[in-house]
Design a protein around this ligand. Structure first.
Ligand code: CP
Length: 306
C-alpha cells in the first residue's frame, strides 16, 4: 500500500487504506493500553483557524493517549494570521515545532499549500465547505462496527448537503464500497453541488435525490443527519427560511428497521430532538467517541509507527 503523508480528501483514499485504518482503530479500541507509548517523544500540532470541539479535542486526546504531546491554537485570532502571516509560512514554522499537524482552514487550496510547504504529515481537520476526511473515516468506522460491513447498505444523508463538508467526504468514502445505495434528502436549495454529483456518477454510486425522508425511512440501514450550516449562508434570510426544514423525533423513526442506526457528525442545533438520544438507534455520541480511536490509527499510520 502506498504510504500517505497528507489527508485532505477521501477522493484519493483506497478502500484498502480505509480498511487498514478501521482494523487498527478496532485493535486500539479493544486494547487502548497497548498503544499508550507508541508516540512517546512525538508532537502533534493542532492549527484550527475555524471553531471546533470534537475534531480538535479528539485529535488531542488521540495523541495524548498515544503518549505524545500536543501544541496549537484554536482560533485564527490567536495565531499570527491576525497579523497577516500566510498559511505557507505558518506551516513552515510548524515543521520545526511538531512531527505531525492537523489543520482546519476555510481555504479550499490549503491541502495543496501543505503538500508544497510541509515535510511533516498534515491532515485536514475540516476544509471550508469542501471536505472533512477524518470525520468521514470515523463515520464509516461507526457504520462498519454496527453492521460488520459497509457493502450493500442503504444510507440516507439528510440536511444541508450543499454546505456541510462532511457530506462529500462521506459520499466519496461510501463510493469505495460495493452495492451501496445512497438517498440524498434535502430541500432543493441545499442539494449537493454539481461537481459532487458528477463525481458520484463517475464513481457509479447508486444515489437518489429526494426531499422527504418518510418515503424511504423503513428501508434504511443508516440515516446521517447534518446541521444547516448557518455560518456558510451568503444570505442569512435564506438560512432563516430553511433552518427548520426538517426535524428528527421519535415519531419520524417509528417505522425503522431493528438494525437501523442514526448518525450525526455533531454539533446539532435542533434537527434531532433530545428525546431521540434515549433510543437505541441513536449512535451519534458513540460516533464522536470513535473519533479518538480512528484518529489514533491515522496518526500512527502517517507517522509510520505501528
Ligand atoms: N464533527 C465536527 O467536525 O465537529 P467540530 O466542528 O466540533 O470539530
Amino acid at each position: 500500500m502506498k504510504s500517505t503523508k497528507f489527508i485532505f480528501t477521501t477522493l484519493n483514499l483506497s478502500k484498502e487504506f480505509l480498511e487498514s485504518i478501521f482494523t487498527l482503530a478496532s485493535k486500539i479500541e479493544q486494547n487502548l493500553e497497548n498503544y499508550s507509548d507508541k508516540c512517546k517523544g512525538k508532537i502533534l500540532a493542532t492549527l484550527f483557524f475555524e471553531p471546533s470541539t470534537r475534531t480538535m479535542l479528539s485529535f488531542e486526546s488521540a495523541m495524548l493517549r498515544l503518549g505524545g504531546s500536543i501544541l496549537g491554537f484554536s482560533s485564527a485570532k490567536t495565531s499570527s494570521l491576525a497579523k497577516g502571516e500566510t498559511i505557507a509560512d505558518t506551516l513552515r514554522m510548524i515543521n520545526g515545532y511538531a512531527d505531525i499537524a492537523v489543520i482546519r482552514h476555510f481555504l479550499e487550496g490549503v491541502g495543496e499549500i501543505a503538500k508544497k510547504y510541509s515535510s511533516i504529515p498534515v491532515i485536514s481537520g475540516g476544509t471550508g465547505t469542501q471536505a472533512h476526511p477524518t470525520q468521514a473515516m470515523l463515520d464509516l468506522y461507526t457504520i462498519k462496527n454496527a453492521f460488520g460491513t459497509i457493502d450493500g447498505l442503504k444510507v440516507a444523508l439528510m440536511g444541508d448537503l450543499k454546505y456541510g463538508r462532511t457530506i462529500p467526504s462521506l459520499l466519496y468514502g461510501l463510493a469505495k464500497y460495493e452495492n451501496v445505495t445512497v438517498y440524498l434528502v434535502s430541500p432543493k436549495e441545499l442539494k449537493i453541488r454539481n461537481h459532487v454529483r458528477q463525481r458520484l456518477k463517475d464513481f457509479n454510486l447508486k444515489f437518489y435525490e429526494i426531499d422527504d425522508v418518510s418515503q424511504i425511512i423503513d428501508e434504511l440501514d443508516v440515516l446521517y443527519v447534518t446541521r444547516i450550516q448557518k455560518e456558510r449562508f451568503p444570505d442569512q434570510l435564506d438560512y432563516e427560511r430553511l433552518k427548520s426544514s426538517y426535524k428528527i423525533s421519535p415519531s419520524t423513526l417509528k417505522d425503522t428497521k431493528k438494525s437501523f442506526i442514526l448518525l450525526h457528525p455533531l454539533p446539532r442545533v435542533d434537527e434531532i430532538t433530545p428525546e431521540v438520544d434515549d433510543l437505541g438507534c441513536a449512535k451519534y455520541f458513540e460516533q464522536a467517541k470513535n473519533g479518538v480511536y480512528v484518529r489514533m490509527a491515522i496518526i500512527l499510520k502517517l507517522l509510520g509507527v505501528e
